[in-house]
Design a protein around this ligand. Structure first.
Ligand code: GUN
Length: 288
């Protein structure tokens, strides 16, 4: 079992550390950090994710509000909602849950750009993405940040390693490039047009997979001793599973994150961390 990179356990420990910090703030009569989430429409998976985020906020002492909007809301109405949250001094973090419903999804970039970058706890705003270009990870995207926190907590050295990522989104693959380069890894991004993807996977010392295909990674695809980071969460016959065939690769891999119970909780931890960073930046500013 020492092959398991236990994201659940680690996130619980790290969340407890954040709770201690927040308790201390409150003991010193400081304002309570507050996160606002916006959920548009009725996507069942998004509802589950947003509920987990609020539950974790409550557990560690971050106040939170959930704004549920109809899938029929207009672009203007959603922009106005974001504007209200941007101007509200009691709100330190704003998270617009993605994906947006059909009709609004084509404006996703506009909505993200409308969020105050100081409150952008998702790290999706172009300003925060640009800072990552300079290796500033302060408000970086939560899933990549959680992956790096997990690798570093387990003392997995990245220097010179071949890290292969199968994902090129702004949520996962693109931010990971900079975080891994900062730590001197050799980074390869694979995607749907990659020729002979198998040969890349075979060379990976660390393989990070987010393709949304249940049990896509099997023993034959990986190098002996590879570290496998499974970012996938799929529902098959009512049960959750990752993009990696866990039981099949367990013997051959060096270490592996389970899914569920690996990167998911680490992502939520990063959101809590980002909310506290956004809070600290905004509140210290106000005191000047
Ligand atoms: N949808 C899936 N993952 C995420 C995330 O990290 N943030 C937001 N806002 N939406 C998501």
């Amino acid at each position: 079992m020492d092959k398991i990179l236990d994201g659940n356990k680690l996130a619980n420990e790290l969340n407890l550390e954040l709770k201690t910090k927040i308790d201390l703030l409150l003991a010193n009569n400081k304002k309570r950090p507050k996160l606002a989430t916006i959920l548009v429409g009725e996507n069942p998976a998004s509802k589950v994710y947003v509920n987990i985020k609020h539950k974790t906020c409550a557990n560690i002492g971050i106040s939170s509000i959930m704004i549920n909007l109809s899938a029929n809301i207009s672009k203007q109405e959603l922009l106005e909602k974001i504007d209200t949250l941007n101007r509200d001094n009691t709100i330190h973090g704003i998270l617009l849950q993605l994906p947006l419903p059909d009709g609004l999804s084509k404006y996703t970039s506009e909505f993200i750009e409308y969020i105050d970058p100081n409150k952008d706890v998702d790290g999706f705003h172009p300003i925060n993405r640009g800072k990552l270009f300079d290796y500033n990870e302060e408000l970086a995207a939560c899933t990549p940040k959680g992956i790096i926190t997990l690798l570093e907590s387990y003392k997995i050295d990245l220097k010179g390693k071949n890290v292969v990522i199968i994902n090129r989104s702004i949520l996962i693959g693109k931010p990971l490039i900079f975080m891994l380069l900062k730590r001197n890894a050799t980074v390869t991004i694979c995607h749907t047009s990659t020729i002979d993807i198998e040969s890349h996977m075979q060379k990976a010392d660390i393989l990070i997979v987010a393709v949304g295909r249940p049990k896509y990674i099997t023993k034959d695809k990986i190098k002996e001793g590879a570290i496998i980071i499974d970012v996938g969460t799929n529902r098959v016959d009512g049960k959750l599973c990752g993009d990696v065939d866990f039981d099949d690769v367990l013997d051959k891999c060096g270490k592996i994150t389970p899914s569920p119970g690996g990167i998911g909780p680490m992502t939520v931890h990063s959101l809590m961390q980002n909310t506290l960073i956004a809070y600290t930046n905004q509140e210290s500013h106000r005191l000047e």
